[in-house]
Design a protein around this ligand. Structure first.
Ligand SMILES: Cc1cc2nc3c(=O)[nH]c(=O)nc-3n(C[C@H](O)[C@H](O)[C@H](O)COP(=O)(O)O)c2cc1C
Ligand code: SF4
Length: 426
């Protein structure tokens, strides 16, 4: 364990318990916030730390909190525990091994935002993370850390756990809010943004698990220390989940600005079976793919990743070895997005389905070069024309795969078989 904010303790059979969390200094940030600071001061600290949201979009956390009107009589906080982006498994780790860190972060945020009722919206498929969260909440309630008059300070906050029903789109914040209200998980048009009109039409802040679980560290160690970690423009550490064709897949906590190649070749043990690196999807399945050559000097921060033409997204690094058929890989991704589109807007509903059906046809050996030309055209009809970003998320892989591996698509459509037949990656 060599992390700074998260992976600072050896995972044991009891590391998720209140006793263990307290033994490693847990809830000191909450004590400090409630006893030494006003809500506005806590908000200032979050802002000064430079913390950016870890849910994918990277919005400044302190700024998001600031958007909530100071005189709003009712404000809600929702923790986004949907973690549906393929390749992402960082929030689950926090819940399984340090759930009190999230609870403490939620309480500090709730204090800063003057929230009386906070919600933890958890992905329906999560089992152990749910049980760990519920058990931790019970412990925290029994210890007077959640509920009425927390730590005798007069601040009260309840945390309600709400299970989703397995829809990727419910991770989108306004869809999450609709789902919490018991409605169909359709994303809402924005504006108004949730900070203005969110849950039950009240100002609402939606934050990711990793974002909120970082807040206690900032309170205890100070905004300046956090702002000094990693790159200046997007400081801190991040949890990177490395999966795919590597020798040692897993979760690694690294400062922003850490070299992507080092993460893959040193931390994750290099490419499976000693093969060559073909490509990397660097920030979850919707982020544009980079070729092996393109990652050489890329570091794990928005600026460097942006220059390379991709995004840090949710920190999910998917590694692809030489020999992998990119047509089949894209079809797997496209099937996911076609299935998960909520169907509310035509470009996304129709476009994701067309892309998937074309790719299905191509890999079945019934495609034509005209199919690939159509596939190239579809994303421009989706991007920027939809209610939520799922349409863009579905389009970006298609655009980048075709741009970088177009020859494989042309070959499959022309010859009815993969360029890689007979030498496929596992
Ligand atoms: C289709 C879609 C799915 C999303 N899924 C998640 C998710 O599972 N978890 C998450 O934290 N954010 C997800 N987001 C981003 C949220 O809308 C929102 O930006 C985020 O929860 C804000 O938290 P942050 O500011 O702490 O990053 C998703 C966005 C979209 C468009
Ligand atoms: S972009 Fe797709 S998922 Fe988002 S609202 Fe429109 S149809 Fe639904």
């Amino acid at each position: 364990m060599n992390g700074t904010v998260f992976m600072t303790f050896p995972v044991t059979a009891t590391s998720h318990t209140l006793a263990d969390y307290r033994a490693r200094g847990g809830y000191a940030g909450l004590e400090q916030a409630l006893r030494q600071h006003t809500p506005a001061e806590v908000g200032e600290r979050a802002k000064a730390s430079g913390l950016q949201g870890r849910g994918g979009a990277g919005f400044m956390t302190g700024l998001k909190w600031e958007f909530v009107a100071r005189d709003a009589p009712v404000v809600y906080l929702c923790c986004n525990i949907d973690e549906g982006e393929p390749g992402t498994f960082k929030d689950r780790w926090i819940l399984e091994h340090s759930p009190h860190q999230l609870i403490e972060g939620m309480l500090i945020a709730a204090y800063a935002l003057r929230v009386r009722h906070a919600f933890a919206y958890i992905r329906g498929e999560f089992d152990l993370p749910l049980r760990r969260l519920q058990a931790a909440l019970q412990e925290a309630q029994a210890a007077g850390l959640v509920g009425d008059n927390i730590l005798g300070t007069g601040f009260s906050c309840d945390i309600v756990v709400h299970r989703g029903a397995g829809a990727y789109v419910c991770g989108e914040e306004s869809s999450l809010i609709n789902s919490l209200e018991g409605k169909k998980g359709f994303p809402r048009n924005k504006p108004p943004f949730p900070a203005v009109r969110g849950l039950y039409q009240k100002p609402t802040v939606v934050n990711n698990v990793e974002t909120l679980a970082t807040v206690p560290w900032i309170l205890v160690h100070g905004s300046e220390r956090y702002a000094a970690i990693g790159v200046k423009k997007s400081p801190g550490t991040r949890l990177f989940g490395v999966s795919g064709h590597v020798e040692r897949p897993g979760l690694f906590e690294k400062p922003t600005g850490y070299p992507l190649a080092q993460l893959i070749f040193d931390d994750a043990g290099g490419i499976l079976g000693g093969r060559k690196l073909k490509a990397v999807i660097p920030g979850g399945s919707s982020t544009p793919i980079l070729t092996g050559a393109e990652i050489e000097n890329v570091t794990l921060d928005p600026e460097s990743m942006g220059k390379a033409g991709s995004m840090v997204g949710s920190g999910a690094v998917i590694v692809i070895a030489e020999g992998t058929c990119m047509v089949r890989l894209l079809q797997v991704l496209s099937r996911f997005y076609a299935h998960e589109s909520c169907g509310q807007c035509t470009p996304c509903r129709e476009g994701t389905d067309w892309m998937n059906r074309i790719l299905e046809r191509v890999i079945a050996g019934r495609g034509t070069p005209a199919d690939i030309a159509t596939l190239r055209r579809i994303p421009s009809g989706i991007q920027g024309n939809t209610v939520c970003a799922l349409g863009d998320a579905a389009s970006m892989p298609v655009v980048s795969f075709l741009k970088k591996f177009g020859d494989e698509f042309d070959h499959y459509a022309t010859h009815g078989r993969s360029l890689h037949d007979g030498r496929l990656a596992p």
